[in-house]
Design a binder for this molecule. Structure first.
Ligand code: NDP
Ligand code: PYC
Length: 345
């Protein structure tokens, strides 16, 4: 069978945005949520690309997200700014507060954005890339669902808790890394299950703590942290900083609140923005130039920077369009034709 024609990024964005508007999201939210999904697909981050559309529609159909929520910013003029997503998706809340966060970081050197009560499903590179594009270093993190065993344990306790970092660079692309603190994102295991493929060894254990390569058994058992005790400690830090410290759900509470992991998780998120120029001011050195001396040395020894693959995929997609499989296109068409009915039980 001939593969379907690639679709342009703009055309895909318009289609996904329309699906969300018809599903009841207000226009600004539909644009934010569609943008992050299409950006994932464009950058070949399949675990947080178009495949997430179904999960978003399911949580809307189940009435467990507030589609009309308007993000409410609470700003006392201090370093910590809060935005209450009001039970809506996280992305519109971040978009609503992003410029204020950036302005505060430039003013004070360091500012934090607390996102409260949000449905969170997306990759985090979107947040830190936007801030790095404004000349700021940034960190973004959130809990998720308790699917991951701590190092040395065998039962789920921690979330897949992603962490992203961005650093501004003179060229078109900043330095960005973004990863789950589990060996792989849960979305990656779900994609293996759908494709009928085994997962690599070391990603997960079964209910008895024995290693498994079966995605279904892994989803029912416990995922493992990357880097053993080191990933386990970073994941725990995220539970503390982006859960306990904010007074928002940690991953175990998020799972209890939703009554299982079938729907997207609801919790808080934390984004930090730092202005390198403020930090370096008294040194007389240029932090961006210093950073470049490090980052440009990677290629000389054959190493690549994180996000290089993603940026190359983005350039290709912007030039040639996004190649969706026949199955992905069929799902998209079904969501267009049937809306929420396509995911309602
Ligand atoms: P990956 O392991 O695919 O990639 C992690 C990072 O490492 C990326 O920045 C990647 O860059 C980089 N990288 C990969 N290989 C190399 C290499 N050989 N050399 C240098 N850098 C490399 O990510 P995960 O599967 O852990 O996470 C995927 C996504 O899932 C993330 O975007 C994360 O935010 C999201 N997620 C979201 C959650 C949520 O609750 N919202 C929960 C868990 C995960 P590149 O992309 O260029 O390959
Ligand atoms: O892939 O682990 C994951 C995930 C959890 C919530 C959103 N993505």
């Amino acid at each position: 069978m001939t593969p379907p024609e690639p679709i342009s990024c703009d055309a895909l964005l318009a289609r996904v945005e329309t699906i969300f508007r018809r599903a009841g999201l207000r226009p600004e939210s539909a644009r934010s949520v569609a943008a992050v999904i299409v950006a994932g697909e464009r950058d070949n981050c399949k675990s947080h690309g178009l495949y997430r559309l179904e999960g978003c529609l399911k949580v809307i159909a189940a009435g467990r997200v507030a589609p009309g929520a308007v993000p409410a910013i609470h700003d006392g003029g201090r370093a910590v700014i809060e935005v209450d997503a009001g039970g809506g998706f996280a992305n519109p809340a971040f978009d609503a507060a992003r410029d204020l966060l950036a302005a505060r970081a430039r003013e004070t050197g360091l500012a934090a954005l607390v996102i409260r009560d949000c449905l969170h499903f997306s990759a985090l590179w979107h947040d830190v890339e936007a801030l790095a594009g404004q000349g700021l270093a940034a960190l973004s993190m959130c809990p998720s669902y308790a699917f991951v065993a701590p190092a040395g344990g065998k039962a789920p306790l921690l979330g897949t808790n992603p962490l992203a970092f961005g650093w501004p660079r003179p060229g078109p692309h900043p330095y960005v890394f973004d990863f789950a603190t589990s060996v792989a994102a849960r979305g990656e295991i779900e994609l293996h299950r759908r494709a009928g493929k085994p997962i690599p060894e070391g990603w997960a254990v079964d209910g008895d703590g024995q290693p498994t390569t079966d995605p279904q058994t892994a989803l029912a058992g416990a995922m493992l942290t990357f880097g053993g005790h080191k990933g386990s400690a970073i994941s725990t830090m995220i539970e503390l900083l982006a859960g306990a410290m904010l007074g928002e759900f940690m991953s175990r509470e998020a799972l209890e609140f939703m009554g299982g992991g079938d729907l997207l998780p609801r919790h808080g998120a934390l984004v930090l923005a730092l202005d390198p120029q403020v930090f370096a001011a008294r040194s007389g050195r240029d932090p961006i130039a210093e950073g470049e001396r490090l980052l440009t040395a990677f290629g000389a020894q054959g190493a690549r920077l994180p996000s290089e693959r993603r940026f190359a995929a983005r350039d290709r997609a912007l030039r040639d369009g996004i190649a969706l499989s026949a199955d992905e296109l069929a799902r998209l068409e079904r969501f267009e034709a049937e809306g929420l009915a396509a995911v309602s039980a």
